[in-house]
Design a protein around this ligand. Structure first.
Ligand code: ATP
Ligand code: LTN
Length: 341
């Protein structure tokens, strides 16, 4: 009876993180933030601005501090509600960096050298920081400290979540049951928004300074319209979903329209039966994006102009995160044979 009651009241724990590494873009919103907000009620949520991860590529200190606050403000503006979710900055909760060291000691180095992101980011670089190699272990700590069952991420981060599972299993095997084994959750829709200047490359905030690549979440309506009007398409003038790589531009535009309007594909295509060409499609997509992002931009400006309130919200988040993660860190230390005071 007691067990049943606990089970019925229990929500799955969700953990996800985002790096303050550039201007948040439409892909971050559709592939991540929108879903986080929509599912807040159903889950026990931890959302983290992962500033320690951002350090792996040596950002400018002033920019990093600024982008950390901006990203947190954007997340609150999207609708992350401090009464329903814990939103905090990674470096405010010291158990993240500490758990990374402990997990390093059970992670074979070969597991890290095999990571696709590490190989991509280190390719052609003369010097690569140890932090870049160790990035997935810090990420494993983020997830495992909260016993998260679900980790919503884009396709590109699936390998890192799988590594977190391997690390958790190895730790449990060596030291006894300690961690819940997490699952990556990849959104079906909005999973991959592509660059407007090159629809074969994922839209990404670290390229958001490149002209024509991204729609930044804080762009004003004129800029958003301009970006869509310049978007790369093809010469066929056919407004239909397709997996043909030559038609990736139009497919991307239709995908964005579909996620925002929530319409099924047939109905999206029907909306463009009478369109006179790609110009009409681009205008329609720009319109729904502008409508979606405008209230977020307004709320963002209110919050970012009240840094005291923003920092207050973040310190509440950090306190809530500490209450959970400190206990798990203590357990890890005990299991590993450290003297816990
Ligand atoms: P960076 O350029 O710093 O890697 P990014 O824009 O690729 O940044 P991340 O910080 O890696 O974004 O990811 C934050 C979240 O946004 C993740 O869940 C990721 O999967 C999602 N995301 C990022 N870009 C896209 C995209 N183009 N389409 C869908 N989801 C995306
Ligand atoms: N590596 C992730 C960000 C990230 C994360 C996490 C995501 C850091 N820690 C824990 C999920 C869970 C990225 O670049 N998107």
């Amino acid at each position: 009876m007691w067990e049943k009651k606990v089970y019925m009241n229990e929500k799955n724990t969700v953990f996800s993180g985002v790096q303050p590494s550039g201007d948040p873009q439409l892909g971050n919103y559709l592939g991540a933030f929108k879903g986080w907000v929509e599912r807040q009620e159903e889950k026990d949520n931890y959302f983290c601005v992962v500033d320690l991860h951002a350090l792996t590529v040596t950002p400018d200190p002033i920019e990093l501090r600024k982008q950390t606050r901006e990203l947190a403000a954007i997340l609150f503006a999207c609708g992350i509600d401090p009464d329903k979710s814990t939103l905090f900055v990674q470096s405010h909760v010291s158990s993240h960096a500490e758990s990374c060291w402990l997990l390093n000691c059970v992670t074979p180095i070969g597991w890290l050298e095999r990571m696709t992101q590490f190989k991509d980011k280190s390719k052609g670089q003369e010097r690569v920081s140890t932090g870049l190699l160790d990035y997935p272990v810090l990420m494993a700590g983020d997830i495992l400290l909260y016993d998260a069952q679900e980790v919503p991420v884009g396709e590109d981060q699936k390998q890192h979540v799988e590594l977190a599972r391997d690390i958790a299993e190895r730790f449990n095997r060596i030291y006894g049951e300690t961690f819940v084994i997490p699952e990556p959750v990849i959104p079906e829709i909005g999973g991959r928004v592509m660059g407007l200047n090159d629809p074969n490359v994922k839209m990404s905030k670290s390229y958001s300074h490149i002209r024509g690549h991204a729609v930044r979440m804080l762009d004003d309506p004129k800029e958003i319209e301009r970006s869509f009007m310049r978007a790369v398409t093809d010469s066929s003038n056919e407004i239909r979903f397709s997996d043909d790589p030559d038609r990736a531009g139009v497919n991307n535009l239709l995908g964005i329209y579909k996620v925002i309007t929530g319409k099924p594909e047939e109905s999206v295509e029907r909306d463009f039966y009478d369109a006179r060409g790609y110009g009409d499609l681009k205008k329609a997509v720009a319109e729904v994006v502008i409508e979606e992002l405008s209230p977020i931009r307004e709320k963002y400006h209110q919050l970012i102009n009240d840094v005291e309130e923003l920092d207050r919200l973040l310190s509440i988040g950090a306190e809530q995160a500490r209450a959970i993660s400190d206990q798990k860190l203590r357990l890890m230390k005990e299991k590993m044979g450290l003297i816990v005071s």
